[in-house]
Design a binder for this molecule. Sequence first.
Ligand code: ADP
Length: 474
Amino acid sequence: MTVRLKLTLWYSAVVSLTLIAFSFILYTFLSYSMVQEIDRELAGRAVGVVRSIKVVGPNWFRQQQIVLPDVDVFGYPNTYLQVVDPYGRLVAKSSNLSNQTLPLSEDTLKLGVTGQSFYEWLQVGGQRIRTYNYPLMAEHRVVGLLQVGQPFSGIQAALNRLKWLLWLLSGLMILAAGSIGWWLARTALRPVEEITKTAALIRQELNLHQRIAWEGPNDELGRLSATLNGMLDSLEAAYRELEESHAAQRRFVADVSHELKTPLTTIRGNIDLLRKMGDEHPAIRQEALADIASEAERMSRLVSDMLVLARADAGLTLSLQPLPVVQILQQVGRQAKILAGQINFKIDIDERCKDTYIMADPDYVKQLLLILLDNAFKFTPPAGTVELSVACGGDRVQVLVKDTGMGIDPGELNRIFERFYRSDKSRPVGGTGLGLSIAKWIAEQHRAEISVESELKKGSVFKVTFPVLKQMHE
Ligand code: ADP
């Protein structure tokens, strides 16, 4: 059964019950008060009649007699009057009864003789008559019974008409309620249908851009639409992320194959050369072997870089520990001096860093700084300068790697952190194009920020900002 049908049925059932209860109460109350009204009237008339009745005797001359005025003088066209003696014999009756009499049962007579007044229903010539029986008393004795009756058929007919009217109106109203309920349920449920349709469309077309168009108020359905739209936003974002990561993975595999292909080709070429001419030309052999060694080294660097990134992709998290900044910088400085060659290398450690600690993985922080320094040395001519400096202040530690090298094209600045990205100008220098992406990942792991500023032919500055763990004062 559909919700719409259920709602309509419930609605109609409630309306029907209410109407039936209302009609029943109305009908019962009206008929009760009508009878009450008649009873009051009958009692009033009986009192009026009784006042003018005389009871004579008994005496020497005659028996006891009930002397009635002409009951018709009371002039109640619709009221029947009848007087009987204690034996049930008719004494007088109103002329509107013509040749009929009000029936008198034994029980009525018995009860009347006891001196009680009471009401009863009588059936005369197919008419229902409400009767009031009133005992006539003389010297504390019941000498007769006055019956005052009024036909109830007129009222009964009106009540019957009312009953039918109530049935008819109730039926019509139940029908109307059903139709209105059906319409209301449709109106209320239309947005749900819309939502279902949109959801089905999204499932069919796998189109996560689709949203539920809700223009109504922010009621339950509005909130449901908003929640579903929010869920679709999250789904779309997750799906996009997944697609991007798939694409990145595909790109990575393609780049790796490409990067590995070049050294392998060089190695194979050199091996062929060695086979052909190696024995006769020692110089060529030396050159070929040197090439093979350098390419092999390049490949092993590439593979170890890729391993780091693969671990990063697999969700590797570094185990950070509190480390004194000065100690790390000094160690990195010592290693950098070896790499510097002819380049003028300077190291400048801020006095304030003396007791500053950061949360770091020592090996990875060193790797990060050495990647930056290695690049600086690679892309700076022999007469140039590379400077490693660290400044401490507030809750940050700022490490700068400054060089006076070839600089980076402004258009390439935001691409150099991508995997395998190498600018055309830097190609002859060699490298894997993975260094800065590893540096970026290490920085992220340390909740550090890495950025670069550069000017072509003037030099570059790489900045890494670490959050300070604590400042220890002795
Ligand atoms: P690699 O150095 O192995 O090529 P990186 O990811 O470390 O790879 O660097 C990517 C690119 O960024 C380099 O190829 C180079 O073009 C540019 N780059 C990085 N550091 C510098 C620098 N200090 N000066 C000029 N160019 C740089």
